[in-house]
Design a protein around this ligand. Structure first.
Ligand code: PEP
Ligand code: MG
Length: 581
């Protein structure tokens, strides 16, 4: 049987599954207590919170020792949830006035809090419901004396399957043995997905109905790139799949020989092959992979999972880490791209009918000047420690670029007046992700140092297809001729401008191996890709020559539909490269 879920982290994995059972529900709800048991139950709760805190502390220590900041941040945030007064108040109220057992009170309190989060429109906050439930389950397991499976010591290769795989389970699992994870709930922006990507574990989330169709220990094949899970694998097929997984692993490993080599075509044309990151940890990994720089540092993640905006100093420290990790290679720091699908509670953004067309990214920054100034000052200061560039997201017009640049000047003046060192030459560029910016690229390039094409949003806005809406996801295609014509013209405009100006791309299209020849042929000189695709894209670039890429681009642009174009691009890739797709 083939199940289709959400492709949350790439990779092909074949292994026996281990079903991660939820806590037993049956004995929770019935429990009431007598009045004279109130103090004893509250004592049990306090003790369980202490033990949970000690467990998290251990996981946190292990994550820190392994230098895994992402894992440490997530577990740290969960440890803070344990001390949230709302949790204690909720439980105490239910035990003392409704005479619930501690177990029932914890279950109901955390469920209520998680339900509130799950009911919010913002997908990011919705995903945080999982963290609250995760904490609740940890306390419940202690109260119930349930022996949880220790995922940190597994003996054989395993694919974990559960209704939900929680962030703390992810953070504690044995990454050398867990080859994949499958869950019935969860999405691309959940912490579980973020951790799976970081740990290079294939993940398929939102895979509804899978649990009813499998038993513990059966072999599963999961494809985290396509979002599929295959069950009922015959012994014969299992053997051929094992060979396929091995072959892919060998191919992936063989790509490591490209680390340290430039992304140069066979006829000597070199492009910058940079990585997209969301935190300092990602930058350190990108550097190890030999990335030529960071083409997109999504700073908005620093603003999430907290109750107030990070101070200038906190931002400065995070940006410095990324800049230093890249040792003088360029780091494009994008000012926060909040709004759309990424909302932040403490900014009190109004609920909107069309959030992707609303108060988002640079539009927020230009209205909330203190927020923008703080970030620009931190970026300018970090620029002193390496090579940083600043990038504004969602620029739709020259007025916005001018206003952003004006505030950048103000930020410089304020630092100068205070005698704080900063990078005087920090170059401002823009994301080209709105069609109006693409068609007025000739006007914008005069006042921007570079362009980075945001193909994710450019595709959504050009085709008027909401990138989050699964019902119309088939219409969302970056190979539509309308999107490609805009991309080509933006690249050509930047290349004509001279003076070291360039157009790169940091949208997911840059990580799509089918698009590599086309973008090279358009004359694009900077690719910023997700780190797991970096070596694949380098392999393609270093295997082809520029005149061939130009010919492919020309032929593709003479075709009329996205389907024809992707079929042609697939056929145009040299056969020996197909294995790397
Ligand atoms: C894009 O739109 O292509 C992009 C890189 O930005 P984000 O995905 O963060 O909107
Ligand atoms: Mg975007």
């Amino acid at each position: 049987m083939l199940f289709q879920g959400i492709a949350a982290a790439p990779g092909l994995a074949l292994a026996r599954c281990l079903i991660v059972q939820p806590l037993p529900e049956s004995n929770m709800m019935a429990q009431s207590i007598a009045r004279d048991q109130v103090d004893a139950e509250l004592g049990l709760f306090a003790q369980a919170v202490k033990s949970a805190s000690a467990q998290l502390e251990k996981i946190l220590d292990r994550a820190r020792q392994a230098g895994d900041e992402t894992k440490a941040d997530i577990i740290g945030a969960q440890a803070m949830l344990l001390t949230d007064p709302l949790l204690e108040e909720g439980v105490c109220e239910k035990v003392s006035t409704q005479f619930f057992s501690a177990i029932r009170a914890v279950k109901e309190t955390t469920d209520e809090q998680a339900d509130i989060l799950a009911g919010l429109d913002d997908p990011y906050l919705r995903e945080r419901a999982a963290d609250v439930k995760d904490i609740g389950n940890r306390i419940l397991a202690i109260l119930m004396g349930v022996q949880e499976i220790d995922l940190s010591f597994l003996e054989v290769d395993t694919i974990l399957v559960g209704r939900e795989i929680t962030p703390s389970q992810m953070a504690s699992l044995d990454a050398s043995k867990v080859k994949g994870i499958v869950a019935e709930i969860g999405g691309k922006t959940s912490h579980t997905a973020i951790l799976a990507n970081n740990m290079e574990i294939a993940a398929v989330l939102g895979c509804q109905g899978i649990l009813a169709s499998i038993q513990d220990g059966i072999p599963l094949l999961i494809d985290g790139t396509k979002g599929t899970v295959e069950t009922e694998i015959s012994a014969e097929r299992n053997i051929s799949l094992q060979q396929e997984v091995k072959r892919r692993k060998i191919i992936k490993e063989s790509l490591r020989e490209l680390i340290g080599r430039p992304a140069t075509t066979t006829d000597g044309f070199t492009v910058e092959l940079a990585a997209n990151v969301m935190d300092p940890d990602g930058a350190a990994k990108a550097d190890k992979l030999g990335a030529d720089g960071i083409g997109l540092y999504r700073t908005e993640f620093l603003f999430m999972d907290r109750t107030t905006a990070p101070s200038e100093q906190e931002q400065y420290e995070a940006y410095i880490k990324v800049v230093k990790a890249m040792k003088g290679k360029p780091v494009i720091i994008r000012t926060m791209d909040i709004g759309g699908d990424k909302e932040i509670a403490y900014l009190n953004l109004p609920k909107e009918e069309n959030p992707f067309l609303g108060y988002r990214a640079i539009r927020i920054c230009l209205q909330d000047k203190p927020l923008f100034m703080t970030q620009l000052r931190a970026i300018l200061r970090a620029g002193k420690h390496g090579k940083a560039l600043v990038m504004y997201p969602m620029i739709a017009s020259l007025e916005e670029l001018r206003e952003a640049n004006r505030i950048l000047q103000e930020a410089k003046e304020s630092l100068r007046a205070e005698g704080i060192p900063f990078d005087e030459n920090l170059a401002p560029g823009i994301m080209v992700e709105i069609p109006s910016a693409a068609v007025t690229a000739d006007l914008l390039i005069r006042e921007a140092a570079f362009f980075s094409i945001g193909s994710n949003d450019l595709t959504q806005y050009t085709l008027a297809v909401d990138r989050m809406n699964e019902r119309i996801s088939k219409l969302y295609n970056h190979f539509q001729p309308g999107v490609l014509r805009l991309i080509r013209s933006v690249i050509e405009t930047a290349n004509r401008a001279g003076g070291g100006k360039f157009a790169g791309m940091c949208g997911e299209m840059a990580s799509d191996p089918l698009a590599t020849l086309l973008l090279l042929g358009f004359g694009m000189t900077e690719f910023s890709v997700n780190p797991s695709s970096l070596l694949t894209i380098k392999k393609i670039i270093t295997s082809v020559d520029m005149s061939y890429a130009q010919e492919v681009a020309e032929k593709a642009m003479a075709l009329s539909t996205a389907e024809e174009i992707s079929a042609y691009l697939s056929a145009a890739l040299p056969p020996e490269l197909r294995d790397y797709l």
